[in-house]
Design a protein around this ligand. Structure first.
Ligand SMILES: Cc1ncc(COP(=O)(O)O)c(C=O)c1O
Length: 394
């Protein structure tokens, strides 16, 4: 069949094989604890659900402008002011079909064939595929505990030092995520500012994925949106209603962009998506209310308590988590104490212990067979059951 060559460069999620196996085991009557799932177990907050229901009842099911409802863009801009004290004009907020939509639109607007994008390995796997879809190529930089699994300015400088002039000329952008998936670790405000300064020096774009902002434990949250206001800043900030707001299936995210990029993204969005989901946008208008904020804060505390339980528990089992993750809902664990193939280990743990985890293979190539990811997207008693099963088996 004459499909496009690019299909060869889009890898599947390995965890899907495990999920299929888990489903099969469940159909046979086995009980499986799912710690592989990268979405909150909490569903959309009630005020959001009610606002969506009202919108649907009123027949509000038509397209909105491509960059979203003006009142939602204004509410997001206002959120930056209230939460971070950062001025973001509503005109520079684009509402998108999830952070995924934002990342694709940004790639579509930035990437030429042959462009390279620096990103951390391990990291969110879809980013390299988005870049490849537009004819670019990722430049994966191996990161480890030394930099808390984050891509730092020092690591980027090391890349620059080792690259030829021709290679350097291909670099168009740096993608970072803080907190990161799969590691849950953060870039500090200073580290992010250093990366931004380096990008400015080189004329590169900086794309900062802040989808796990809000789910931050014991440290101060910050945003790169303060860099993103004029064209010279060359910074795009991506966020979403999926994780902190618990609205994964509603498919709604946003990005904050400099004007020229925002205009390009608008043209792409008009053509690719026409508009983000209208009922979801009406729901999202309630995502910033005081009532919702209280619900989200109690969920954040629940995630923190889960982390505080699960981190020492898996360390005690023999998994090595050298850096304490301060965000998201992931623990990225070195599993070498149990062999050199974390994919085989995940298969065994699923089959023998009834615990589903995500293999490192899904997040890049660097030491991927030595790591796996725990998602603490289940209540503490379920986490306790998982730990008990793992202890018995291991
Ligand atoms: C780092 C990161 N960015 C983006 C996404 C995409 O999220 P969504 O499209 O649901 O907003 C995810 C989802 O897991 C993620 O982990």
């Amino acid at each position: 069949m004459s499909l496009a060559d690019r299909n060869q460069h889009i890898a599947p999620f390995y965890v899907m094989d495990l999920l299929a196996r888990a489903k099969q085991l469940e159909a046979e009557g086995r009980d499986i604890v799912h710690l592989e799932i990268g979405e909150p177990d909490f569903s959309a907050p009630q005020p959001v659900v009610e606002a969506m229901r009202d919108a649907l009842a009123q027949g509000i099911t038509h397209y909105t402008p491509a960059l979203g409802l003006p009142e939602l863009r204004a509410a997001i801009a206002d959120f930056y002011q209230r939460r971070y004290g950062v001025d973001v004009p509503a005109a520079q907020v684009a509402v998108t079909p999830g952070a995924s939509g934002a990342l694709q639109l940004i790639c579509g607007a930035l990437i030429n064939a042959g462009d390279r994008v620096l990103m951390a390995d391990p990291g969110y796997p879809c980013n390299r595929h988005f870049v490849r879809l537009f004819g670019g190529r990722e430049w994966s930089v191996p990161v480890g505990p030394e930099s808390r699994y984050q891509l730092t300015a020092a690591e980027i400088r090391a890349v620059i030092k080792g690259a030829s002039a021709a290679e350097l000329a291909q670099i168009k952008a740096v993608f970072v995520a803080s907190p990161s998936n799969p590691t849950g670790t953060l870039l500090s405000q200073g580290e992010l500012a250093d990366i931004h300064a380096l990008c400015q020096e080189r004329g590169w774009w900086l794309v900062v994925d802040e989808i796990y902002n809000g789910l931050i434990y014991q440290v101060q949250e910050h945003t790169a949106a303060g860099y993103g206001l004029d064209d010279e800043s060359r910074t795009a900030v991506v966020n979403s209603f999926s994780k902190y707001f618990g609205m994964t299936g509603l498919r709604l995210g946003w990005c904050v962009l400099p004007n020229t990029l925002c205009n390009a993204v608008e043209r792409q969005a008009q053509n690719l998506f026409l508009s983000p989901s209208t009922p979801a946008q009406y729901g999202a208008l309630q995502a910033f209310s005081g009532e919702t904020a209280a619900i989200l804060e109690s969920r954040r505390q629940a995630f923190e308590a889960r982390r505080d339980y699960l981190l020492p528990a898996i360390r005690e089992l023999g998994f090595d988590v050298p850096v304490e993750p301060q965000g998201a809902f992931y623990l990225y664990a070195d599993s070498t104490a149990f062999g050199e193939d974390s994919f085989a280990l995940c298969e065994m743990l699923l089959d023998q212990a009834g615990v589903a985890l995500t293999p490192g293979l899904d997040f890049g190539e660097h030491r991927n067979r030595q790591h796996l990811r725990f998602a603490y997207t289940r209540e503490i008693p379920v986490l306790e059951e998982a730990v008990a099963r793992l202890r018995r088996y291991l």
